[in-house]
Design a protein around this ligand. Structure first.
Ligand code: AMP
Length: 492
């Protein structure tokens, strides 16, 4: 399938996709959507960033359009279980975005850290889609605010992360309350034995789909960070463009507006550049990509979303003009270079506000990225890029896992976790598994940059990429989860 129209999705969904500027299904979407539309159970191996949310959300919305019925009180027709608040929020947003022309469409979120009563009220009249973290969902069920007896479709997202976070027992409890006759869509980035077993229990004659992570080897990417001030970034980019031998460079900004600004700044300095992002039309995007591919344009500025699916060979450099707040995005970004056996360079600008992101990234990839300090002063208290204490939780206003990492980074791994972990009903449940994980990663909390709780917890040198530990970009995420899986520490 090369076009969303080929799936036979309902018109309101196609309209939303056009508005989202989605033209081509990603590989996981092309594989999953036809099976899911047939009502098949699915077991999918796919990581976040592959377009997996739409791969289940679109067929589910299609089912809702075609089989209109009023949800029963306190019930959900579709239940999506996700491990973190952050991911749950993103999934709910995706349902709302793709379903914006479907009315009525009630999408409710049941996650820890927010008042449970509001969620109970949100569920009173029943909803089409409930996106939940397992702990909070069980609390809502236990207080009889949610009934699971009307669930027609269950999605389990990031199953392996659920395992990491100690949620597997909760999931089994939830599944036991669901109708036997249902469709189940099961996604995981990896398929360790325990997850395969869970899938076996939950699924009925599933269709298997998988997308392999990008096979770029991190060994061939020379990563570096330049510590800088926000205001110095434009000049710094120009310096990099002047000093590096660049074939093609992909510059990432966090926002569309930022991308346009960088283009203007570069053009002023005599560097022709173009941006692709969600506000550009498909034609513009294709024209710019064509120029980038044929070499007539050497500098392309992109946001993460727009860069998805860019498969251009010969990108010699990736510049993170802004650091992403999601470590996996960093991995995806730098994976755009060093393709097809070539070497690549990834240079990241990190200003004071982004120190926390850098620490998260380094923890995820388990590499301390060599840094050069080009700050002009004034904010030196933010100094150390990796591992050192930085008592500023402000940048970590993310839910779930992000907060967990926040505890580690701040060395408070037990503080908030314990505080919220006990006696708070739903909120506590959400925190407990995190506490388990933080506990396990205790070494990382203190040393800041050890191996995420691996037994040999020594600091990874900058060259760790070549040790074989960080072999494959996609695999880096797996490794983070693999050996450090806190099974024995899981609180339940
Ligand atoms: P996910 O893996 O579901 O987190 O998706 C990653 C990102 O890709 C999200 O920001 C989506 O909005 C975007 N996305 C998903 N499918 C497509 C598509 N077919 N075309 C363009 N962007 C997409």
């Amino acid at each position: 399938m090369t076009n969303f129209n080929d799936f036979g999705l309902a018109e309101p969904i196609l309209r939303a996709l056009t508005e989202e500027n989605y033209s081509t299904p990603t590989p996981i979407q092309a594989q999953t959507i036809p099976f899911a539309l047939q009502g098949r159970d699915i077991v999918g191996i796919a990581q976040t960033g592959t377009g997996k949310t739409a791969s289940f959300a679109l067929p589910i919305l299609n089912h809702i359009v075609n089989m209109r019925m009023r949800p029963a009180q306190k019930s959900a027709r579709v239940l999506v279980l996700s491990p973190t608040r952050e991911l749950s929020g993103q999934i709910a947003d995706s349902f709302r975005a793709y379903g914006r022309h479907i009315r009525p469409l009630a999408v409710e979120l049941a996650i820890g850290g927010v008042p449970i009563n509001r969620q109970a009220r949100g569920m009173a009249r029943g909803v089409e889609v409930l996106v939940a973290t397992p702990g909070r969902l069980l609390d809502l069920v236990n207080q009889r605010s949610v009934s699971l007896q009307q669930v027609e479709i269950l999605v389990l997202d990031e199953a392996d992360r659920m395992l990491d976070m100690g949620f597997i027992r909760d999931i089994r409890k939830v599944v036991a309350m669901l109708p036997k006759k249902r469709q189940t869509l099961f996604f995981s980035a990896t398929m360790p034995g325990e997850i395969a077993k869970l899938a076996g229990e939950m699924l009925n004659d599933p269709a298997s789909v998988s997308v392999t992570p990008e096979s770029t080897t991190v060994e061939r990417i020379a990563q570096s960070v330049i510590l800088t001030d926000r205001a110095s970034k434009p000049g710094l980019l120009v310096d990099v463009l002047k000093t590096e031998t660049i074939d093609r460079v992909l510059v990432f900004t966090r926002t569309k507006h930022g991308a346009d600004k960088v283009v203007k700044q570069l053009e002023k300095s005599g560097f022709p550049a173009a941006a692709i992002h969600g506000n550009k039309s498909q034609n513009q995007r294709e024209r710019v990509l064509g120029q980038f591919r044929d070499g007539s344009l050497r500098i392309l500025i992109a946001t993460d979303i727009a860069a998805r699916g860019i498969d251009v060979e010969g990108i010699s450099h990736v510049v993170n003009y802004d650091l992403p707040n999601i470590p996996e995005s960093y991995v995806h970004r730098i994976g755009r270079t060093a393709r097809a056996g070539r070497d690549g360079v990834a240079i990241s600008f990190c200003d004071y506000e982004e120190n926390a992101f850098l620490r998260d990234i380094e923890r995820t990839i388990r590499i301390k990225i060599p840094a050069t300090d080009k700050r002009t002063g004034g904010v030196r208290q933010a100094a150390e890029p990796a591992g050192h204490h930085q008592a500023n939780g402000r940048h970590r206003g993310r839910g779930g896992n992000g907060q967990n990492r926040g505890h580690q980074g701040n060395g408070h791994r037990n503080g908030q976790g314990h505080g919220q972990g006990h006696g708070h009903g739903g909120q506590g449940r959400q925190e407990q598994p995190q506490r388990g994980k933080a506990h396990h990663n205790g070494g990382a909390a203190k040393g800041g940059h050890q191996n995420g709780g691996q037994h040999h917890g020594h600091r990874q040198p900058a060259a760790a990429a070549g040790t074989g530990q960080g072999k494959d970009i996609g695999g880096m995420k797996f490794m983070q989860r693999g050996p450090s899986r806190p099974r024995s520490h899981a609180p339940r």
